[in-house]
Design a protein around this ligand. Structure first.
Ligand code: HEM
Length: 411
């Protein structure tokens, strides 16, 4: 028992750890590319954990091993909220905001849909979609990759994976754009986000009602499949299905766009890696893993379930804890030359998709889309560079380039 907190000491404490640092760190600001990760790298080397006084305040774990262990301890770290600055959100992401055992009840009907085998069946269609996006810009000789490819390919891939026609692509592009914060900051952007969220929920409500009236083939149409999905022994409530559909939309479009941007930025600024991948396309899957590791776009939070001394960190019930994936996957204790891109790195046990029961449902789909985007681009446009002299800017939070102007010689 820890006398000062009265907490059960469930894990060893760090003998060298002094009283926890209390800092204010804002990782949401727009800054030159790579700044967010370099700041996190410095913090990790100074603090195994610290208390960030942003918003209501929350703990931040910085090391790979601690973060993995925390992810795997749902009895201590609840998914009641996964947003560090919002311990009691008014909205609900599902299955994200659920704990065992009901969490698995949510995942069970969806896991086969997003399994490696299902994604493999979808691959030829996804490849066509990636190739079509490349063909659309190839003759232009330049583009803003984030808008030309990043806004469009993830939407096309999402619609294909859900069994939906491409007719609604523009609607989803607009939703993703307004939800991403790219519409600018302040009250106007917040109002745009709320409106987009409402439109998205209404879209899925209408579709669910329609599929109940006129079901499609449940092996081809995700919404029809979910309309009869169980939740344990009972039918899944409609409100839960809508929250799942909204989460899937928000979780899949902007994440992929951000990640696509970083892998393309690296290749545009590192000709040696680019020509190596052109010459050895079999290395692309390993390069994609490395880009996920070195450019980790998201981190996830948890809510502490009881007073606990975790690795020496004196946490209290209902504290929020940021499990900084963004720090873990660049931890030099686990990855040699952790801040360097090595496209043939092996082993590469990064946790960019999480490390718990909540591991990303769309990770197999994301991996295939990230690979196809590179394969199809490099076939047609093997040489390209950044068309801007000043450093490119990235927004924080979910770290993403705001724009990526590319230029290449027309074929
Ligand atoms: C590069 C792209 C992506 C990254 C980096 C990413 C990252 C993550 C991470 C780190 C988690 C774990 C959350 C946690 O432990 O609390 C997660 C969960 C999730 N992701 Fe992704 N994701 C990506 C793409 C996608 C796609 C394409 C989809 C949809 C098809 C998707 C759907 C989800 C869902 C539904 C969850 C919640 C799973 C659960 O709580 O059980 N993600 N994602």
């Amino acid at each position: 028992m820890d006398a000062s907190t009265g907490a059960a000491d469930v894990t060893e404490t760090d003998e060298n750890q002094e009283s926890p640092a209390s800092l204010f760190v804002d990782l949401n600001e727009t800054a030159p590319a790579l700044t967010h990760w370099r700041t996190i790298d410095e913090l990790r080397e100074q603090h195994r954990y610290f208390f960030n006084t942003e918003a209501q305040g929350y703990w931040v774990l910085t090391r790979y091993d601690d973060i993995r262990e925390a992810f795997q301890s749902p009895e201590l770290f609840s998914n009641h909220s996964i947003v560090a600055t919002n311990p009691d959100p008014a909205y609900r992401f599902l299955p994200s905001f659920s704990d065992p055992p009901i969490h698995m009840d949510y995942r069970r009907p969806m896991n086969p849909w997003f399994s490696p085998a299902s994604v493999q069946r979808l691959e030829p269609r996804l490849r066509e979609l990636a190739a079509a996006e490349v063909a659309r810009v190839a003759d232009d000789g330049s583009c803003d990759y984030m808008a030309a490819f990043g806004d469009r390919f993830p939407v096309a891939g999402f619609l294909a994976s859900m069994g939906l026609p491409m007719d609604d692509a523009e609607f989803f592009v607009s939703i993703a754009h307004r939800m991403s914060g790219n519409a600018g900051g302040g009250d106007e952007a917040a109002a745009a986000m709320t409106a987009a969220w409402g439109e998205l929920a209404a879209y899925w409500e209408d579709m669910l009602a329609d599929r109940r009236r006129r079901p499609l083939d449940p092996s081809l149409d995700f919404v029809t499949m979910m309309s009869t999905a169980p939740l344990g022994d009972a039918p899944m409530p409609d409100a839960d299905i809508i929250d799942i559909l909204v989460t899937l939309t928000l979780g899949s479009l902007d994440t992929l766009k951000s990640q696509l941007g970083w892998q393309m930025w690296h290749l545009a600024t590192t000709p040696a890696d680019r020509s190596r991948l052109v010459g050895e396309p079999a290395l692309i899957p390993s390069a994609v893993e490395e880009f996920l590791r070195v450019f980790p776009i998201v981190s996830m939070a948890r809510k502490v379930t009881r007073d606990v001394n975790f690795k020496g960190c004196p946490m209290h019930k209902d504290d929020m804890v940021l499990l900084s994936i963004q720090s873990a996957t660049r931890d030099p204790r686990v990855f040699p030359d952790a801040d360097q891109v090595r496209i043939d790195r092996s082993p590469n046990r990064h946790i960019a998709f999480g490390a718990s029961e909540h591991r990303c449902l769309g990770s197999h789909l994301a991996r295939v889309e990230l690979r196809l985007a590179l394969e199809e681009w490099l076939k047609v446009i093997p040489e390209f560079e950044v068309d801007q002299d000043e450093p490119l800017l990235a927004r924080g939070g979910q770290v993403s380039l705001i724009s990526l102007p590319l230029v290449w010689r027309r074929s």
